[in-house]
Design a protein around this ligand. Structure first.
Ligand code: MN
Ligand code: MN
Length: 468
């Protein structure tokens, strides 16, 4: 028969890696489920442009689903749901499993901070009758990408008496926005000769915030004064309140479907809120897991995971120790038997910049969730490398449940590199592997992902959390 496969074709099917584009593999039904899931993700991403906003939004979701604040003096049993809000900037939550906790927990850890422009402690100044904010960029950005785009101001101001004021300007249709100005090309001759790295320098990321003068002949710096008087009026804050604030500028635009076929999503902060959302949804959907599931949304990953809201803090260790103590088990025993998916994005192969990738070990859009045995750089430095045994465990789950997945490295050898929270979790003697969605234009104000990959990442987390 004509359609019958040749011996060679059969051997190819049996023995070789047969990665295919997901569009050749998924049914119309599954594509529709992916689209529907991504609509909910887009709403999440639009509402969550900072780590604090992500915590607030997620806590609301958790409470609606019956999660309560963790109380170490209370005894929990299978199916119980608890969370810890770490300073409003990081979040841990757990669903208690039917298996004794001694057998370990299943951890999914992502991060909810993204590259952004933080205001300096004394941000507001006036020069040439314009009011501007000084910023200090947060995380690895290509600074030139942040000039001349609309920016929104998000964050909190905590006054001396502890009252918190939440700020969000630039998202509503009627809101004003802010921006960093850049030179016109006509006068940019010297600037254009700079390296791309210095296209906009750190101290040139100054944000234009006003130009109207306060009416008073005697006062000085009246543009700045007018801005401060507006802030006083709207938020009851004055200049010293900037010292106890976390205010940041983020891209003001909303998440959009991308492409004629709407197969992709463009937006700010996919890294790593896409893994936060897919993992938290999966953890919430597995309502009676065999093994206790622990989901972590960490802060500070983009600046090295330092600080008490970052993954290097001991909050996860303490949480698991408290859960373990309830069953009379030392926390270290639970950790030593635990498994973790370090949920973070991968660099997608970009045909325009293909020379930084090694094409056989790259992640491609629409090929499913990307599993990275290791990240790091320069000869596997600074990374957790998952063991062969744990890789086998994970790929078996994905294959058994027909989750589309691919494997990749972070670019070609010696092209650069980077890390994730995996190495910090591995220090707790937990088995960890990196897994997540492949992203184009990572760390830019407008990152791109595939809807199909997003859904497959949710499915991967779900099957890991649900595994017996
Ligand atoms: Mn990341
Ligand atoms: Mn990142």
């Amino acid at each position: 028969m004509e359609n019958e496969k040749s011996k060679g074709q059969l051997l190819q099917d049996e023995l070789l890696i047969n990665n295919k584009n997901g569009w050749d593999l998924i049914s119309d039904d599954e594509a529709a489920r992916a689209d529907a899931f991504c609509e909910e993700y887009k709403a999440f991403l639009n509402a969550c442009k900072t780590e604090r906003e992500t915590v607030d939004y997620t806590v609301e979701m958790l409470e609606k689903a019956g999660y309560t604040p963790f109380d170490r003096n209370q005894n929990y049993s299978a199916g119980d749901k608890v969370y810890i809000n770490n300073r409003g900037k990081a979040l841990l939550f757990a669903t208690i499993g039917t298996q004794p906790i001694e057998k370990g927990v299943r951890i999914m850890a992502s991060h909810i901070d993204s590259p952004k422009l933080d205001l300096k402690p004394r941000p507001l100044y006036e020069e040439a009758q314009l009011a501007l904010f000084k910023t200090h960029y947060y995380g690895g950005i290509k600074r030139y990408q942040w000039g001349t785009i609309p920016l929104a101001l998000h964050g909190v101001v905590v006054k001396r008496d502890g009252t918190m004021v939440k700020v969000n300007i630039g998202e509503a249709e009627s809101d004003p926005v802010f921006c960093i100005t850049d030179l016109l090309p006509h006068l940019g001759k010297e600037q254009m000769a700079r390296t791309l790295q210095d296209g906009l320098k750190g101290e040139e990321l100054n944000v234009l915030v006003g130009s109207r003068m306060f009416k008073d002949d005697k006062a000085s710096e009246r543009v700045k004064l007018y801005i401060i008087s507006l802030l006083k009026e709207k938020y009851d804050i004055s200049e010293p309140d900037f010292l106890s604030a976390e205010l940041m500028l983020v891209p003001a635009f909303q998440t959009k479907d991308l492409g004629f076929d709407r197969s992709m999503i463009g937006g700010y902060g996919h890294d790593d809120r896409i893994c936060a959302y897919t993992s938290l949804r999966a953890a919430m959907d597995v309502t009676s897991p065999a093994y206790t599931t622990v989901t972590v949304l960490a802060d500070k990953e983009e600046t090295g995971s330092d600080g008490n809201t970052g993954m290097q803090s001991r909050v996860l260790e303490y949480f698991i120790a408290d859960l373990a103590e309830q069953q009379g088990i030392p926390g270290r025993v639970v950790l030593s038997n635990s498994k973790c998916l370090s949920a973070d994005v991968a660099a997608a192969y970009d045909p325009t910049f293909s020379d930084v990738s090694e094409k056989r070990n790259s992640a491609y859009l629409n090929y499913g969730v990307a599993v990275m045995k290791y990240t790091g750089s320069g000869g596997k430095y600074s990374t957790n490398e998952a063991t062969a045994e744990f890789m086998a465990y994970v790929r078996n789950i994905l294959d058994e449940k027909n989750v589309l997945w691919q494997t990749c490295e972070l670019g070609k050898v010696d092209a650069g590199g980077g890390g994730t929270v995996a190495k910090y979790i591995s220090k707790l003697n937990v088995d960890v592997v990196d897994i997540g969605v492949a992203v184009l234009s990572m760390h830019s104000p407008f990152e791109v992902v595939s809807k199909l990959d997003t859904y497959m990442t949710y499915r991967a987390f779900y099957e890991f959390a649900a595994a017996k």
